[in-house]
Design a protein around this ligand. Structure first.
Ligand code: PMP
Length: 372
């Protein structure tokens, strides 16, 4: 089998042992003579799958008992609408605070605005190319916001919060690309959402972790909430109101088991720190060839964007194309930066091993020496 190092931003690399287990069980799940894909979502077998996945996620993230875990469809993008429709509250004119630190929070704010939200930008670094998180002194928080929204890790721009903002309104966080990568105190959040296709499993599943007192209590009849976007629908039916993404939930369950088996979030966090450290220090060490784009105090540990520069220090599309070509020849794929920003982006999620990052760094060293 070809060894491929997948640095894609999502869908992303999965733990090999998880894929092997899924392969073993693919056509006959625990003696049922059926694949998980063929099981009814109302069967005893599937009930065990979803309950175990939830219990293991609760264990991994230490989720308090007054939070519900919802297994949904529609991707994180659907949550851009759901968040506003469920949390707007009685008064439509009340501001909804958005911290815009990258392309995804920008999209979330735009969607809320389209649905009628009075969006207040706490900050928006778009004009600077999304390369920093402004200090608190620059934040323009509303005194009476319906909620504060932020994206913990901007997948495209590689900007990651290092702490949870402290405010006196509900806090909503998009953790799509760094959930389970480091310990978080769930009780500091009111709603956490994440598309699965980075650190959880295959695309098609979206997880929402929501404090119970926000469920069904802040809807507004002036902006009706479609039944499938209403958190109450899913909370009241244990995510089984309609057919959930059954196979995705099964795969997520296997990933949670894998993560527990290697020591949980604390253990993977230490590994993730070492990986990010190795990669950023390679970029810094060969500063005649590579340039990190994000301010040092908010560099992502999951998505590492950088440029390949020419002798004058300017990003060079030609050198980047050459770098990517050499990477592919060495079986390192999906290193191309997002189409909106260009350059290189190495996504180094939980399932990317230290060995993979080491392999990439060795290639970067070799490429830089060749160009020197
Ligand atoms: N938020 C973040 C941080 C993301 O990385 C992505 C997708 N890469 C999204 C939202 C949108 O997710 P989806 O494609 O699942 O709708």
């Amino acid at each position: 089998m070809t060894k491929t190092w997948n640095f894609g931003a999502g869908p992303a690399v999965m733990p090999k042992s998880v894929l092997i287990k899924a392969q073993k069980e693919l056509v006959d799940y625990k003696g049922t003579g059926m694949s998980v894909m063929e099981l009814s979502h109302r069967s005893k077998e599937f009930d065990d799958i979803i309950n175990t996945a939830e219990a293991n996620l609760r264990k991994l993230m230490n989720i308090p008992s007054n939070y519900k875990v919802l297994f949904l469809q529609g991707g994180a993008t659907t949550q851009f609408s759901s968040v506003f429709l469920n949390l707007v509250g009685d008064d439509l004119s009340r501001p909804c605070d958005y911290m815009v630190s990258g392309g995804w929070s920008d999209k979330a704010a735009a969607e809320a605005k389209k649905l009628g939200a009075n969006v207040n930008y706490v900050f928006n670094t778009k004009s600077e190319g999304f390369t920093r998180i402004p200090p608190k002194s620059e934040w323009k928080l509303s005194p009476n916001a319906s909620y504060l929204y932020f994206c913990d890790n901007e997948t495209v721009h590689g900007v990651e919060f290092q702490e949870v903002p402290e405010v006196n309104c509900p806090i909503v966080c998009d953790m799509s690309s760094n959930i389970l990568s480091r310990p978080v105190d769930v009780s500091k959040f009111d709603l956490i959402m994440a598309g699965a296709q980075k650190n959880i499993g295959p695309a098609g599943l979206t997880i929402v972790i929501i404090k119970e007192d926000l469920i069904g209590t802040r809807l507004n009849p002036k902006v009706p909430c479609p039944i499938l976007l209403n958190y109450k629908t899913h909370a009241n039916n244990r995510s089984l109101y309609n057919t959930p993404p059954t196979f995705g939930i099964y795969m997520a369950g296997l990933v949670f088991e894998w993560l527990l088996s290697i020591g949980g979030v604390e253990a993977i966090s230490a590994i993730n720190s070492r990986k990010a450290q190795r990669l950023y220090s390679t970029i810094n060490k060969f500063s005649n060839t590579y340039k990190a784009v994000v301010a040092e105090d908010c560099r992502s540990r999951m998505n590492v964007p950088f440029r390949v520069i020419d002798a004058s220090g300017k990003p060079s599309k030609e050198l980047e194309a050459e770098f990517l070509k050499g990477a592919v020849a060495r079986h390192m794929v999906q290193l191309k930066g997002h189409r909106s920003v260009g350059g290189i982006r190495a996504s180094i999620y939980n399932a990317m091993s230290e060995e993979g990052v080491e392999y990439l760094c060795r290639y970067m060293e070799e490429f830089a020496r060749q160009k020197a």
